[in-house]
Design a protein around this ligand. Structure first.
Ligand code: GTP
Length: 413
């Protein structure tokens, strides 16, 4: 059954971090309006209050107003509106593409985090961070199911214990059908990300979350609630039930079966009830983070290591294949790759001027000009350059790294 943390405000450590050298990354995911941003603001304030300021990352490119200051903000690197305009995209496509562009910089973000997680000899007074808070777009699927979301999460998890905080709007989850829908969503996120998860029942100042904890730990109580909903014809229509309380509708029997299936899933979760508005349950949340960070190290890290090794091996094989293909092409005198790739523009800090996010590679890509036999480069020279490009990931956007590094150095507290 789901582990429900018990409140222990006075005993709670200042943060959910494990070892001081390894901060815990807390990634807040939740449906639009569930209260992610308010929750982030509350845990941020809580940690500041404990003199343990977290490192905050905002991955929502479309947010217009943020109540907390982020150390790294996707909006400083990618201009979401410009992305929509240049690629003719709608809001969700714009968010997805912005995340894709930002994902090309993830290594530098992780490097920076690693630097901040270790003592800094140049600034001995600066305490290493113990918590990394990550806010994500409300369009969960855009983050969780996209390649960039996966890259961002895997990069974080490969360096730090990483925990998903799935924020739930409790008042809007109080019927058996909405509750089950939300649990299925959480289940899909758990299996997609393969990271430890905490269910954060938010807005408990409006509706107490004890019903949810009970439904997750006591199958009979969910059955009773289901029977009541059926009696009240809560599912409606033929599909929902016959309206006479017989429970013959497919909705009722589906929810019934689902609750049995999800029993195992509940066992992997911690559940906390909070009010982001009033700050209740936050100590309990950090207790759960601590538990999940330990679980991460014990259960998830070995699996991650194995997957990483597998990926490295595949990448190496892929590189070898690409290289030999290219060499074959060269031998046949075939040359030329497109230089029309768009790339992430220079990264600016929040004080910097707004600028186009995308540019074409006209000025910077002379390296891509593969000449024919008359080219000034000889074949070995080209081979060496290709090898170097492939080793380096072949990422054209590297050109923007210098300014990104500058941004990283001048990033805000
Ligand atoms: N009563 C109550 N309202 C809350 C609580 N947390 C958030 N809200 C309200 O819920 C609304 C949505 O909160 P946000 O924090 O913007 O939600 P979000 O998930 O970040 O929304 P998106 O950015 O659209 O994904 C706001 O009006 C908040 O004031 C809470 O604990 N109690």
């Amino acid at each position: 059954m789901a582990s429900t943390s018990t409140p222990s405000a006075s005993e709670t450590p200042a943060s959910g971090a494990a070892a001081p050298s390894q901060p815990v990354a807390i990634v807040c995911v939740g449906m639009a309006g569930s209260g992610k941003t308010t929750f982030m603001q509350q845990i941020n304030a809580h940690l500041h209050g404990k003199k343990d300021p977290p490192y905050v990352i905002n991955l929502d490119p479309a947010v217009t107003h943020s109540p907390f200051e982020a150390n790294i903000d996707i909006r400083d690197s990618v201009n979401y509106k410009e992305v929509m305009k240049q690629y003719n995209l709608g809001p969700n496509g714009g968010i997805l593409t912005s995340l894709n562009l930002f994902a090309t910089k993830v290594d530098q973000v992780v490097n920076l985090l690693e630097k901040r997680a270790a003592p800094d000899p140049e600034h001995p007074a600066r305490k290493p961070i113990t918590n990394i808070l990550v806010d994500t777009p409300g369009q969960i699927e855009v983050f969780v199911w996209s390649a960039s979301g996966t890259i961002l999460l895997e990069s974080l998890a490969s360096s730090f214990p990483t925990v998903i905080a799935y924020i739930i709007d409790t008042p809007r989850t109080s019927s058996t059908s909405t509750f089950m829908s939300n649990m299925l969503y959480a289940c899909s996120i758990l299996y997609k990300t393969k990271l430890p998860m905490i269910l954060v029942f938010n807005k408990t100042d409006v509706k107490d979350a004890s019903f949810a904890k009970e439904w997750m730990t006591d199958y009979d109580s969910f059955q009773a609630a289901l029977a009541e909903d059926e009696n009240n014809n809560a599912f409606g229509g033929q599909e929902g039930g016959d309206g006479m309380g017989s429970g013959s509708g497919y909705m009722g029997s589906l929810l019934n079966s689902m609750s049995l299936v999800l029993e195992e899933f509940y066992e992997h979760l911690s559940v906390v009830a909070v009010s982001s508005l009033y700050g209740t349950g936050i100590d309990e949340f950090f207790d759960a983070v601590k538990g999940k960070a330990e679980e991460f190290k014990r259960d998830y890290q070995p699996e991650l290591e194995r997957r990483r090794e597998e990926r490295e091996e595949n990448k190496k094989k892929q590189q070898d294949r690409e290289l030999s293909k290219m060499m074959k092409g060269l031998a046949m005198g075939v040359g030329g790759t497109s230089t029309e790739d768009a790339k992430v523009g220079d990264v600016e800090d929040s004080e910097g001027d707004e600028q186009d996010v995308l540019s074409t590679d006209e000025e910077s890509d002379d390296d891509d000009d593969m000449g024919g036999p008359d080219d000034e480069y000889d074949r070995e020279g080209l081979q060496a350059r290709y090898e170097a490009a492939i080793q380096g990931g072949g990422d054209d956007s590297i050109a923007a790294d210098a300014s990104f590094a500058k941004y990283l150095h001048t990033q805000r507290r």
